[in-house]
Design a protein around this ligand. Structure first.
Ligand SMILES: *Cc1c(COP(=O)(O)O)cnc(C)c1O
Length: 374
């Protein structure tokens, strides 16, 4: 089956005991034991297993073409499980401009737990190689990165990881499997904040880990999921599986609108620089074109002006909402530095847009108005 078909039909028979076209929500927190008080596997309590979670994990697995998936209550819970499945004392390499929440997670929770981490520029392969040491067990990739849209070579970095007895894990939240398939490029793990494009409507929090192999390493992640307990509700799993059915078409719209807006911004006199991997002028365009099938719905740009002016521009939109996060059907934008806070290396004149599915002309008119001098 092709992706569009898989998105609609994957795992529809799972957790669906009746002839329903759509599986029901299974809210029961407990399952009846047999007369001897035994359960089948983990089917005795919902934190350990739930029909909707099993169904949603099957969908994730199919979409990313992995062998196993674990769903979490948020994207950072998923990242946290990947780190906790390592050993205290292990070393990781992670991009210097990694998603701010994951930077905070590593600094505030994982380092005190015993994880060692180097935050580095990963667009330079030699730099990645130079930071690998005997304890390096994981290389974290986020490509395109947030918000600078740096492109990292997933295939080359995965090779480098494997030569050094380490795993490569890709945060595929921004591209989604519609635009980028990291496991096919050689990565071992994919993580998602399903809060974003998988959910797609700014109304669900969720995360996921998908593994290329259903192996011991994945079993450890599964153990952290069940023991740590950061699991999504049956309703959230149901909603996410539902939203995935329109993911290919939504991504097509996000990709198209973003490309249109990126070109408009690139030619605007108030704009100093546009970061969009689909533009031939983007520093990582060549690698992006090799590893992505389309370039996504996120754009960052620098205005020719100060932080105050950037904040003022964001304040002038009428259609594009002022909000952080991304991946919704509605367009939103933000002065990124303000929302990242302490430790941010984002330029102060940077604005980040999550391009939604409105008519592109309405978005262009709003941008034109916000960037004008009136
Ligand atoms: C939002 C986001 C996360 C964190 O996900 P939450 O669901 O907010 O916990 C991780 N990585 C990227 C790239 C994100 O955009």
């Amino acid at each position: 089956m092709r992706t569009k078909t898989k998105a609609i039909h994957a795992a529809m028979e799972v957790a669906n005991p009746n002839p329903d076209i759509v599986p029901p929500v299974h809210r029961s927190t407990v399952y009846e034991l047999d007369k001897e008080g035994r359960s089948e596997g983990d089917w005795h309590y919902t934190r350990l297993e739930n029909p909707n979670r099993v169904q949603w994990e099957q969908v994730l697995k199919v979409m990313e073409e992995g062998e196993a998936a674990a769903a979490f209550s948020s994207g950072v819970a998923a990242a946290s499980a990947v780190f906790q499945a390592l050993e205290p004392g292990d070393h990781i390499i992670i991009p210097e401009d990694v998603y701010a929440g994951n930077r905070k997670l590593v600094h505030d929770l994982m380092k005190p737990w015993g994880l060692q981490a180097d935050f580095i520029d990963m667009t330079d392969l030699k730099n990645v190689e130079d930071h690998i040491n005997d304890n390096t067990r994981l290389i974290w990739i986020e490509s395109p990165s947030n918000p600078l849209m740096n492109i990292m070579d997933i295939e080359a970095i995965s090779d480098l990881a494997h030569q050094n007895d380490a795993m490569a894990c890709v945060d595929n939240t921004w591209p989604t499997p519609i635009n980028q398939m990291p496991l096919k490029l050689g990565a071992d793990l994919v993580v998602h904040s399903t809060t974003k494009y998988f959910g797609g409507h700014s109304d669900i929090l969720g995360g996921a880990v998908v593994s290329r192999k259903n192996d011991e390493r994945f079993e450890k992640i599964r153990m952290v999921q069940r023991t740590g307990g950061a699991v999504p509700s049956p309703d959230d799993c149901w909603m996410l599986a539902r939203s995935t059915r329109t993911l290919p078409y939504r991504m097509k719209g996000h990709n198209q609108n973003a490309e249109t807006l990126a070109r408009f911004l690139q030619n605007h006199p108030k704009v100093e620089k546009v970061f969009y991997p689909g533009l031939a002028t983007h520093a990582g365009h060549e690698i992006a074109a090799k590893q992505m099938s389309s370039f996504g719905g996120m754009i960052s740009f620098l205005i020719d002006g100060s932080a105050e002016e950037a904040i003022e521009i964001v304040g002038k939109s009428k259609l594009i909402g002022r909000a952080t996060s991304l991946g919704g059907v509605e367009s939103t934008w933000e002065h990124r530095r303000s929302s990242e806070g302490e430790g941010s290396i984002t330029p102060e004149n940077l604005i980040r847009i999550s391009v939604g599915l409105e008519h592109a002309d309405d978005l262009l008119e709003d941008l034109e108005r916000a960037l004008s001098d009136e």
